[in-house]
Design a protein around this ligand. Structure first.
Ligand code: PAF
Length: 283
């Protein structure tokens, strides 16, 4: 069955209120559309919890800088809805005006895990994400909201935001879904030419090698540098970062006394890709 579509907050709230009255729990899956298996795995995770699955599809202008890909970001609403048939209960698809009415002037800045890594290269990004996610959480007020671990720093920022604002929502992370060669699924993979797509498949291999070196006891700075060099050698044109960080706070780490994660961002042509993995997962 096709999910019902709510173009307005009021419409979505009325449906959610009716479900709640009937005793249902509700899970929110925020997306920007161009849905792939990674997104669908998040919807399935919500359904497996016995919750109504509300998928939001909104390409959020506030998280793109003027020189970024807002205009060419893939918009595939009809296909997305077809993929959600029999899977999602409701699709919240607001207009930009619905989310940002005239005169909109509020911005949410998250410190802590929101400082560094992505912010060093996309300073506008997390304020845009935090503002829209806060709006989505307040609009739907779900029991649960789930986000992919591919955007690992984003997930930590949203957990921080949710705790700091005291929202009664449980924030979950869903594991990264990968292509056959290990490339993390991303809507932006659609930008890659065949040659670039081949290079992109090396990122996860290189991150695994960095994690293996760190696990073996190599010096963390040296392992990170080897990762950056390997990405350039593989054909990435520039590397924003390869960093081993505390998995909970994203603070730099010098030893593996706490859970760590290796995170990377690099560019191939005009496309910026990110990926991450648990350092100990390769043990
Ligand atoms: O990860 C995304 O697709 C977006 O950043 C999100 C969380 C839907 C906010 O626009």
């Amino acid at each position: 069955m096709k999910p019902q579509i709510s173009p307005t907050i009021a419409h979505m709230r009325a449906q959610i209120a009716a479900w709640r009255k009937a005793g249902a729990r509700v899970g929110l899956i925020p997306t920007m559309g161009a849905l792939h298996e990674g997104h669908l795995s998040l919807v399935r995770a919500i359904r497996a919890r016995g919750e109504k699955a509300v998928v939001s599809i909104f390409v959020n202008p506030a998280q793109f800088a003027p020189n970024e890909d807002f205009d060419r970001y893939p918009r595939t609403f009809e296909t997305d809805c077809a993929k959600l048939s029999g899977l999602a209960d409701l699709v919240f698809a607001p207009s930009v005006k619905e989310m940002y009415p005239d005169g909109f002037s509020t911005k949410i800045e998250v410190g802590g895990p929101g400082v560094g890594l992505e912010t060093d290269f996309r300073p506008h990004f997390f304020a845009g994400v935090a503002t829209v996610v806060a709006k989505l959480l307040i609009a739907a007020m779900p029991d649960t909201a789930i986000f992919g671990e591919k955007d690992y720093q984003q997930l930590l920022v949203i957990k921080r935001l949710n705790a700091d604002l005291g929202l009664p929502v449980e924030i979950l992370g869903g594991p990264i879904v990968r292509e056959a060669d290990g490339l993390a699924m991303s809507s932006r993979n659609a930008y890659l030419s065949a040659a670039e797509r081949k290079i992109a498949g090396q990122m996860n291999v290189i991150l695994r090698a960095v994690a293996a070196r760190v696990n073996k006891g190599d010096e963390i700075g040296a392992a990170e540098q080897a990762g950056r060099d390997a990405l350039l050698e593989a054909g990435f044109n520039s590397v924003d970062y390869v960093a081993v960080r505390d998995a909970e706070t994203l603070a730099p780490v010098t030893s593996l006394s706490r859970r760590a994660r290796v995170l990377a961002a690099a560019r191939i042509g005009a496309t910026r890709l990110i990926d991450n993995m648990a350092v100990a997962s390769v043990l």
